[in-house]
Design a protein around this ligand. Structure first.
Ligand SMILES: [Mg+2]
Length: 178
């Protein structure tokens, strides 16, 4: 089984206007989310989520609420049959001095260590330049999914591939992981 690292909000779930999926009723899949996750599953991939949840640091939700949303999301993506091995969560804000909040690579390094990942073959897929930077710092390959104006990359941030959708991204991952 191969593994792909996935950002959550703005990549697998639609990022809402206030930038936090802090309630179950704010979960919205992209039209191609299930197809994309099924494509991964059909090609013997499992996923690990790596997600910044600044809303926890901001006091908009607590970790218990985050996990309720997570469980509801897992139910909604279940038709894809994708195995999700783990979800690494950063609950901190930009000024907390943590080592996990993307663009820092802490969560990715934890995943690499915990699952013995081969960094030369693993992709980080996300919708923000900070996802790409975290991938670069962790030594893995990266794909930027352009889902909003926030996906615009500064010139020094160079993903291996820029995808137009999650489905486009996972097709690239499957074709280029050998
Ligand atoms: Mg995102």
């Amino acid at each position: 089984m191969k593994i792909v690292l996935l950002d959550r909000d703005g990549t697998v779930l639609v990022d809402p206007p206030d930038r936090s999926v802090d309630r179950v009723d704010k979960i919205e899949l992209y039209p191609d989310t299930i197809e994309a996750l099924r494509y991964l599953a059909d090609n013997d991939f499992a996923a690990i989520f790596v997600t910044n949840q600044t809303a926890i640091a901001e006091g908009k939700m607590d970790e218990a609420q985050y996990w309720r949303v997570h469980e509801a999301m897992m139910e909604q993506i279940q038709p894809s049959s994708l195995t999700v091995l783990k979800c690494y969560l950063c609950p901190h804000g930009p000024n907390d001095g943590c080592t996990c909040r993307k663009p820092k690579p802490g969560m990715l390094l934890d995943a690499i260590r915990d699952y013995g990942l081969d960094v030369r073959r693993v992709y980080m897929v996300g919708d923000r330049p900070t996802d790409v930077q975290a991938g670069q710092s962790a030594g893995v390959r990266s794909i930027l999914v352009k889902t909003s104006e926030l996906s615009e990359c500064p010139s020094d941030v160079r993903p291996n591939y820029i995808a137009t959708s999650l489905l486009d991204a996972v097709k690239y991952v499957v074709s280029n992981s050998h």
